[in-house]
Design a binder for this molecule. Structure first.
Ligand SMILES: Nc1ncnc2c1ncn2[C@@H]1O[C@H](COP(=O)(O)OP(=O)(O)OP(=O)(O)O)[C@@H](O)[C@H]1O
Length: 499
């Protein structure tokens, strides 16, 4: 056999050129994988922010939303990072001192400055939407309502954020944006087909909204209740209605107005606990466009509001605040308002949640009859016992839970026609995935064009898939190369064994 040194020289794989090529090949593979990984590595998240002030009838709340800057169009990516409850009443209560309405917002705005990074302040849109309280004030005294808006706008303009305007939302907008919020947070809008949307039930202090999609409604009957949109490539024909004066604070006035028609000095009220008494002023009770035309003539200045704690009588009183006598459509909820057949599940939020949560009745698997029995027992509990058992609850709220719970059940069953079956389709909710249910998020998503009409184009492969494929191809190349080397690599000839 030729000497080993001779064999080495003859093998073309052992030339310096082969070694260099091998090294270059390995470096190229490593470089390919590194570039693929680095090039496609998600950038450190940069966030954008949006702020919405919900100027409700009973109070104002500020919400801060956050989303990854490069993913404006992806559903479910906008999250509420902070909320701030403005101290004091709603802005509509500052009709006689408008400047104070502006002042009242300052603390929450300063809080927002802490929550949004400084370098993002200027580009962060700031919106204020007012609901039923300002709708009523505007009806009653449009000058006062304008002055309140001027005062709040002046304060908001001075903030470092990008103020986009303060306005009254229509009841239709309030209902529709509440529906968008719950369906967006529930990830129901991007479903290609199939998954149904969920209805939205919102109970405020001065108005209440019901919004849902029903296959029996195409918008042709009572078009004023119809809102159509195209979101992520799907068309929606939404039924929505806002009942002004049917929020729980205004209905309390309507019920008391019904009970005090004769202007008596003691008003017995089955919606309040036995032994509950409070002195009230007739002029204060009737100081709202919802009841002002019903003020009894010759009534004394004040009356004693006296609870009798009787659930079924309370239900009778509350049925009286609804008018079922006329319906110009094929079917109605109440007050001559069209309502199509109820369909699907419903998220019930705001006061629906506050009240049912206090009463431990958020579980809708509890049969409706049992819910009524529990509420009847609660309503008949004497007031001193109630205050004893709930020392940490605000007295104004505590006094009203029997009334509010009874109103919620009456509104749902008598007003909207939920029955013992469909009642179990309601979910009493406060938040979904950390964000409050309400109109504010839907409003911001709409104004920032964050919900596209068509489904956004998705990249053919997600980042992880792309990197995996590049890595696998690189590995396959390395293995093929190694096999080739192995095939042609010179092997030592077997030495004859010396025995
Ligand atoms: N913890 C609570 N318990 C009981 N009631 C509450 C609680 N918190 C708020 N409320 C009441 O619930 C009602 C609804 O509150 P919400 O803030 O949703 O309404 P709003 O935005 O002020 O009213 P609107 O939407 O009609 O303008 C109000 O009457 C409010 O006083």
């Amino acid at each position: 056999p030729p000497p080993l040194s001779e064999m080495k020289e003859k093998n073309p794989w052992h030339t310096p050129a082969t070694i260099i090529i091998t090294v270059i090949f390995v470096i190229a593979i490593v470089a390919l994988v590194t570039v693929a990984v680095l090039q496609n590595k998600p950038l450190p998240p940069k966030y954008k922010y949006g702020i919405v002030l919900d100027a409700g009838s009973s109070h104002t709340a500020l919400y801060i939303y956050e989303w990854p800057a490069e993913k404006d169009n992806n559903t479910g990516r906008v999250e509420q990072t902070h909320s701030c409850k403005v101290k004091g009443p709603g802005i509509s209560s500052y009709a006689s001192s408008p400047l104070k309405a502006g002042e009242s917002l300052k603390v929450c705005l300063q809080e927002a400055e802490q929550w949004v990074p400084n370098k993002r302040h200027q580009e962060t849109p700031l919106y204020l939407g007012a609901t039923a309280g300002m709708r009523l004030l505007n009806m009653e005294n449009s000058l006062a309502s304008d002055q309140v808006f001027q005062a709040v706008a002046a304060t908001l303009q001075k903030s470092p954020f990008s103020f986009q305007g303060a306005r009254i939302l229509s009841g239709q907008e309030e209902g529709a944006y509440g529906w968008v919020t719950v369906n967006y947070l529930d990830d129901r809008l991007t479903q290609v087909c199939g998954l149904e949307t969920t209805g939205a039930l919102d109970l405020g202090g001065a108005s209440t909204q019901i919004s849902f999609v029903s296959s029996s409604y195409d918008g042709s009957e009572s078009p004023s209740n119809s809102v159509s949109f195209r979101l992520y490539g799907n068309n929606y024909n939404l039924y929505t209605h806002s009942f002004l004066c049917y929020g729980k604070d205004q209905v309390l006035r309507l019920a008391l107005a019904h009970l005090s028609q004769s202007g008596q000095s003691t008003v017995e009220d089955p919606c309040f606990h036995p032994n509950f008494t409070e002195s009230k002023n007739y002029s204060v009770l009737y100081d709202s466009p919802c009841v002002s035309d019903r003020k009894p003539h010759g009534a004394p200045v004040a009356f004693t509001h006296k609870g009798t704690g009787n659930f079924s009588l309370c239900q009778q009183v509350l049925k009286n605040v609804f008018n079922f006598s006329h319906c110009p459509y094929s079917q109605c909820s109440f007050n001559g308002v069209f309502q199509p057949d109820l369909q699907g599940t419903f998220g019930a939020f705001s006061a629906y949640y506050f009240v049912m949560n206090f009463l431990n009745l958020t579980d809708t698997a509890i049969p409706l009859e049992t819910v009524k029995e529990k509420l009847a027992t609660y309503c008949s509990t004497p007031w001193p016992q109630i205050t004893q058992q709930h020392k940490d609850v605000k007295l104004k709220y505590l006094a009203e839970y029997c009334f509010s719970g009874t109103y919620i059940l009456t509104l749902l069953t008598e007003g909207y026609n939920f029955n013992s079956d469909s009642y179990s389709n309601i979910r009493f909710i406060k938040k979904i995935k950390g964000s409050d249910a309400g109109w504010t998020l839907g409003y911001m998503l709409n104004l920032t064009n964050m919900i596209p009409a068509e489904a956004p184009d998705t990249p053919p492969l997600p980042y992880a898939g792309y990197v995996s494929i590049v890595t696998i191809i690189a590995l396959v190349l390395v293995i093929i190369f190694a096999l080739c080397l192995y095939r042609f690599w010179p092997r030592c000839p077997k030495q004859p064994q010396i025995i």
